[in-house]
Ligand binder design. Structure first.
Ligand code: FAD
Length: 446
């Protein structure tokens, strides 16, 4: 029996193990999964533990080609493990079939962006690039069941062992692969690295040791989490998420991302800085919608540290908020007028009051990023009236880091999958990448 070590138990590792099961290869291996979280419920914050919006789309979520039938299979996999059951048997129209899933008499929250031609054209007319996708939203509350069900199912295989509370500190590529953890060293015939974004320190070490396996990354997405009353976005609620990109007057691309209707803003805590994010529950609703407004920042030689740039802006916001576990909150109107926010009106934050300070995000953002955010919001307001209300809220800073792209075709029996590979940035694409690697041991990149 060959041995496989899998580092990390998140979306891509789940896809990999399910791929081994579906392709009938599972019995050929003895599998050990190392996860630094203390159990399957307490690993690092990620989309499989928070929010759980799973989409089917060709144009977002990763730089791989994932066939539509695999994407549909992944959605079905997560729905079934979340306790949803189909209310129709006919699978010929796969989207109708998937959206028929229900649980306790409640239909899965579903949205289809830009299926309405008139809406599509209206956004297009104002300079936006609309992104088409189908959304299936599980909710943070439901994800507990999802994770427990997946973990119980995988644990029922006698040849799969879980090692929780285990931090992989380093790996040595070779035959066999050596995995060094806080509990000792292990050796494997095959190695799967699936540590997501939170595993960046391990990936940095691998990158330093094996520079030929990765290509440089020049990008970082920097911006704010924006919060406004639900009713502003109501007209577009059938989409679930208004997924658009816009070339701003600075030349920078800005995008609306990760929309959470009736949701909450939350902190994303890293070792030495804190950023913002958002999520929504299936059952516990608020009256506010939040989404990220992110500016894609690209650097050229000689600067090679976009991640450091993003981290330092986030740290600066934490410093101004007086605590490395707090972020800045400002009304959109004050942000535009260069004024520190002293009081709020009409829109009240869903983020816990101990997690922010009313302040001035103008002291954080370089002007090119600030101008891009304002240009994006003002133009979006031409299509969605009310997006630019004075008292809408913005939280600083939200950052999305890009990992260096890993070349999986150089070392045999080594699979670097999911967000840490640089090829994905979503549950769908990370799970699918793992799945396809396990089924075929290769993935086609586009
Ligand atoms: C708050 C939040 C909400 C999100 N919401 C969504 C959403 O709704 N929809 C969507 O598509 N995407 C969402 N995302 C993005 C999505 O979570 C990721 O794209 C996806 O989970 C990537 O899968 P992965 O397997 O690469 O990494 P992960 O799912 O993050 O899994 C990596 C695992 O590796 C473990 N690990 C890390 N380092 C080590 C180490 N050294 N040793 C051992 N274990 C380690 C971590 O604990 C973690 O469990 C969200 C992300 C965040 C942070």
């Amino acid at each position: 029996m060959k041995t496989i070590g899998i580092i990390g138990f998140g979306a891509s590792a789940i896809g990999f193990v399910q791929g081994l099961i579906d392709s009938g290869k599972i019995d050929k291996y003895r599998i050990t999964i190392f996860e630094r979280g203390r159990d399957h419920m307490h690993n690092t914050i990620s989309g499989v533990r928070m929010d759980g919006k799973i989409f089917i789309s060709r144009n977002m979520g990763g730089d791989l080609h994932i066939p539509a039938d695999i994407q549909a299979k992944i959605v079905e996999f997560y729905l079934l493990h979340s306790g949803f059951k189909p209310s129709m048997n006919d699978r010929r129209n796969i989207i109708q079939y998937l959206r028929s899933f229900e649980k306790d008499g409640k239909k899965i929250e579903f949205g289809e962006s830009f299926s309405n031609e008139e809406v599509y054209r209206n956004f297009y007319h104002y300079g936006f690039e609309p992104v088409k996708a189908y959304f299936f939203h599980l909710g943070t509350d439901v994800l507990k069941q999802t994770n427990t069900s997946i973990y119980s199912y995988f644990s029922s295989f006698k040849n799969i062992d879980f090692s929780f509370n285990t931090i992989v500190q380093d790996v040595q590529i070779g035959s066999p692969f050596k995995v060094m953890t806080n509990h000792g060293e292990y050796f494997f015939d095959e190695l799967v690295i699936a540590v997501g974004r939170s595993g960046h320190s391990l990936m940095e070490r691998i990158k330093k040791q094996y520079p030929d396996l990765v290509s440089e990354n020049y990008y970082v997405d920097i911006g704010v989490r924006y919060e406004l009353p639900d009713h502003v976005m109501e007209r577009y609620s059938d989409m679930y998420e208004v997924k658009v990109r816009y070339k701003t007057r600075t030349g920078y691309m800005c995008r609306l991302f990760c929309q959470n209707p009736s949701g909450r803003v939350t902190l994303e805590k890293y070792e030495d800085f804190t950023t913002v994010n958002g999520f929504s529950d299936t059952y516990q609703k608020t009256e506010n919608t939040n989404f990220a407004v992110l500016v894609t920042t690209r650097f050229t030689e000689p600067f090679k540290d976009p991640t450091g740039y993003g981290k330092n802006l986030a740290k600066l916001a934490n410093i101004l908020a007086g605590d490395d576990r707090k972020v800045l909150l400002q009304t959109y109107g004050d942000f535009k007028e260069h004024r520190r926010t002293k009081r709020l009106s009409r829109v009240y934050p869903t983020l816990d009051e101990n997690s922010f300070i009313l302040g001035d995000a103008n002291l954080v953002f370089p002007s090119k990023i600030r101008e891009s955010i304002i240009d994006f919001i003002e133009n979006l307001n031409r299509v969605i009236d009310g997006v630019a209300y004075f008292d809408n809220l913005l939280y600083a800073v939200e950052v999305k880091f890009y990992s260096n792209k890993f070349n999986n075709n150089i070392v045999e029996n080594l699979h670097v999958i999911g967000d840490c590979s640089g090829w994905t940035r979503s549950i769908q694409y990370a799970t699918s990448m793992g799945y396809m690697h396990a089924c075929s041991k290769t993935t086609s990149f586009s």
